[in-house]
Design a protein around this ligand. Structure first.
Ligand code: B12
Length: 221
């Protein structure tokens, strides 16, 4: 993880909150030129998102509003597009496995899930992303249809994260639970909750997610 004191948080915030979305590209290219890798830059920008989240959450001293969440989310997606080609690909000749990803019902946060997907793809997995606000029926239908090795669920809201348990229960009632490994992530989830809900693994970020997915398919990490 990047150390906070190394990061110019003011600058990061101004890029993320730039309504026109022009500054973020320059920053990403500048950091790449300085030798930073894509994940370092994702982490730096995530510190800014964390700060915006805190300023939004604090009812007494509300510094940021929903419009700031929207603008910063849009700029983060721009950064992902710029940085995606710079993620080192370790694609092996043989596909490692298929991962089906989705953000659960009621939740539209997808930035973290996108980073997880890109990381898995760069390391030999085939990723099928169902998008956001995905209900259990759709997850079940897709698991049945494409028979993925791993199902990855994402949730950022404390109100939507428990839906992961419902997805896992739905897999059980359709006799699919034994056919797919389930990994969960997103800031509203913890390892304890993941295990309580019946998932096979929890990951705190994309690199951890890659390690856990490799372990789930029996690859040595
Ligand atoms: C940007 C943002 C938005 C954008 C999202 C844009 C988008 N396309 O994703 C928009 C504007 C849509 C939004 C909306 C809302 N948001 Co919002 N949002 C954020 C913000 C600032 C950043 C999220 C983000 O992208 N983080 C960066 C990524 C890289 O991190 P990440 O998602 O955690 O992902 C990493 C790991 O968690 C993990 N991971 C994630 N998913 C998965 C999945 C798997 C399988 C694995 C292995 C790993 C994994 O790996 C990722 C990469 O390292 C956060 C604050 C924060 N710091 O998270 C609030 C935050 C999540 N939002 C919040 C809220 C309240 C809302 C709204 C309810 C606001 C409102 N009143 O409308 C709505 C809800 C909309 C909905 N129904 O989903 C709260 C949630 C609080 C809570 N306890 O539930 C937060 C925490 C802000 C806060 N502190 O109050 N938001």
């Amino acid at each position: 993880m990047i150390k906070m004191e190394k990061v110019d948080l003011k600058k990061i915030l101004s890029l993320l909150l730039d309504f026109k979305g022009e500054k973020i590209k320059g920053y990403c290219l500048e950091r790449l030129q300085e030798g930073a890798d894509a994940y370092e830059i994702f982490n730096e920008l995530s510190l800014g998102l964390e700060e915006i989240g805190k300023g939004y959450e604090n009812e007494k001293e509300k510094r940021y509003f929903t419009s700031d969440l929207i603008v910063s989310g849009r700029n983060m997606k721009r950064a992902i597009e710029i940085l995606k080609p710079h993620i080192k690909s370790k694609k092996s000749v043989n596909e490692k496995g298929v991962v089906l990803l989705g953000t659960v019902k009621g939740d539209v946060h997808d930035i973290g899930k996108m980073i997880v997907g890109i990381t898995l793809e760069a390391n030999g997995f085939r990723v099928i992303d169902l998008g956001v606000d995905v209900d259990k029926e759709r997850f079940v239908k897709k698991v049945d249809e494409i028979n993925p090795d791993i199902l990855g669920l994402s949730a950022l809201l404390t109100s939507t994260a428990p839906y992961m348990k419902e997805v896992i229960e739905a897999l059980k009632s359709h006799n699919l639970r034994d056919k797919v490994k389930v990994i969960v992530g997103g800031r509203a989830v913890t390892e304890n909750l993941a295990l309580k809900w019946g998932a096979d693994a929890y990951a705190q970020d994309s690199i951890d997610g890659l390690k856990k997915c490799l372990a789930l398919i029996g690859e040595r990490v």
